[in-house]
Write a protein that binds this ligand. Sequence first.
Ligand code: IMP
Ligand code: MG
Length: 181
Amino acid sequence: MLPKHSLRILISEQEIQACIKRLALEISEQYRDCPLTLLGVMTGSLFFLTDLMRQLTIPHQVGVIQASSYPGNATTPEKLRVNLDYLPDLTGRSVLLIDDILDTGQTLDFLKKEISSRCHNEIQTAVLLWKKSRTVKDVTPDYLGFEIEDEFVVGYGLDYADDYRHLSAIHVPDFSVKKLP
Ligand code: IMP
Ligand code: MG
């Protein structure tokens, strides 16, 4: 079935995978002597989380958090909804929050505060993409893949109305051209 919108590649699969190798090296070096837990912000970080895990050269644990601020076909953030019910035990562990994209910063700002209030650990963040010009909260990624312009992107876990997550590259959809289903 054809995609519903025409899509332009912004970051290729090869560029993403090379970047993840670089980030994994940095993270493996940084956390060499720490008990590391990766916390993936679902659903967008699905691929970034699993590709990063496979490139890390140090032992680590993993957990997930469900967070959403783009219900349905929204392309600007709305009220943040978070589910922390499935947090693993973080006692004595170093936490690295993994997200697909840092946009306004409301998700990572909230999660950093909420999780550090529960486990009193220092929390770092790794994001694949950063729309720096849109970030209004006081949060900067500790590990960053690519800084991008203020454009809505899909693919590699990122969705529009739950479509396009499966794509291996990052794309910019053209919302002015809607193809027939
Ligand atoms: P923030 O809380 O505004 O920083 O937004 C973070 C979340 O919004 C990300 O984890 C994504 O799930 C979603 N998001 C932000 N920008 C985009 C985009 O361009 N495409 C798809 N999802 C996005
Ligand atoms: Mg997300």
